[in-house]
Design a binder for this molecule. Structure first.
Ligand SMILES: [Ca+2]
Length: 300
């Protein structure tokens, strides 16, 4: 049973944004976010879908139901149909038990952010997908005020920072909507942003059959349907664990601080280094196995 969605409960309030799109690492991330909530480590008050595929809401609802969080509010950007791609696991997961939920009946993603942020004094946002709803939140007068006054940190899987902060990555560069949104968000977002880039998660493999031997486990189902029977890169679960640990050093990283930016036309990301800047990207301190072992402890 899930009962802890009230903003009155003390502790950290977090809202997760996800594309829940073609890649299965979002499912690993959602599992960790839900399990951290169930363990009382934070209050996950909602999940917002920023890509809209035919079975987005029912499949996420079914996955959350399997995690014991069937009442978790789910919002969606119904206009986000332009990211293309073939959703590998949504229809399969939507066949699992879940409350009556559909893309059509789900709350609008921006409205859900505004509603959840209205109900809390302080929150953190986690983003493991496309940034256009967050950009809309930032462009909204009340949303901007919440970002400035209530949001302690935006934790984002986005960009590729390994070449002196310069690169290109799907969550920003996928389509005109994500490129323009990332450019706007980096320029205007009034809260600190901590970025975990492509280079951090690519070689860290999670969701292996050794970790999850049961093929009927919904997470395993998503990995197999995605074609990742032997595991997958860990961008999204690493972002969630970074945010969960909160302390960058304790999470296993150093932080390069400065100003992130994105080219609204090309989607390329850049970074201007400044030790007092509001943005930062993380760099791994340890071998990949340190991170994959930690993820495995959460997923099994
Ligand atoms: Ca994702």
């Amino acid at each position: 049973m899930t009962s802890a969605h009230s903003a009155e409960k003390p502790g950290r309030t977090v809202i997760l944004g996800t594309d829940w799109w073609t890649d299965c690492d979002d499912a690993a991330a959602v599992r960790i976010a839900c399990r951290a909530h169930k363990a009382g480590l934070w209050n996950l008050t909602g999940i917002v879908l920023n890509a809209c595929m035919p079975y987005s809401v029912p499949s996420l609802s079914a996955f959350c139901t399997a995690e014991g969080m069937e009442s978790l509010p789910i919002g969606i950007d119904r206009s986000a149909v332009g990211y293309g791609g073939n959703p590998a696991y949504q229809k399969l997961l939507a066949s699992l038990p879940h409350p009556d939920a559909s893309n059509e009946s789900a709350e609008n993603g921006l409205d859900l952010y505004l509603r959840l942020l209205e109900q809390t004094e302080e929150a953190e946002l986690l983003e493991i997908g496309y940034p256009q709803i967050l950009a809309s939140l930032c462009a909204h007068p009340t949303g901007y005020r919440y970002l400035r006054d209530k949001v302690k940190c935006l934790w984002m899987m986005a960009g590729n920072w390994e070449n002196n902060g310069h690169g290109r990555e799907n969550n920003i560069a996928r389509a005109p909507m994500s490129r323009q949104a990332a450019a706007y968000l980096f320029e205007h977002c009034p809260c600190p942003i901590v970025l975990l880039g492509w280079e951090v998660g690519a070689a860290v493999i999670s969701g292996t059959p050794r970790t999850i031997p049961d093929d009927s486990d919904p997470l395993r189902m998503a990995f197999i349907a995605h074609g990742s029977r032997n595991g997958r890169s860990s961008w999204d679960p690493m972002l969630v664990l970074l945010a969960l640990t909160e302390d960058i050093g304790e999470a296993g990283y150093t932080l390069r601080r400065g100003y992130a930016s994105a080219d609204a036309e090309t989607g390329e990301n850049s970074f201007r280094y400044d030790d007092s800047g509001p943005h930062g990207y993380v760099v791994k301190k340890y071998p990949d196995s340190r991170y994959s072992d930690e993820i495995a402890r959460w997923l099994k």
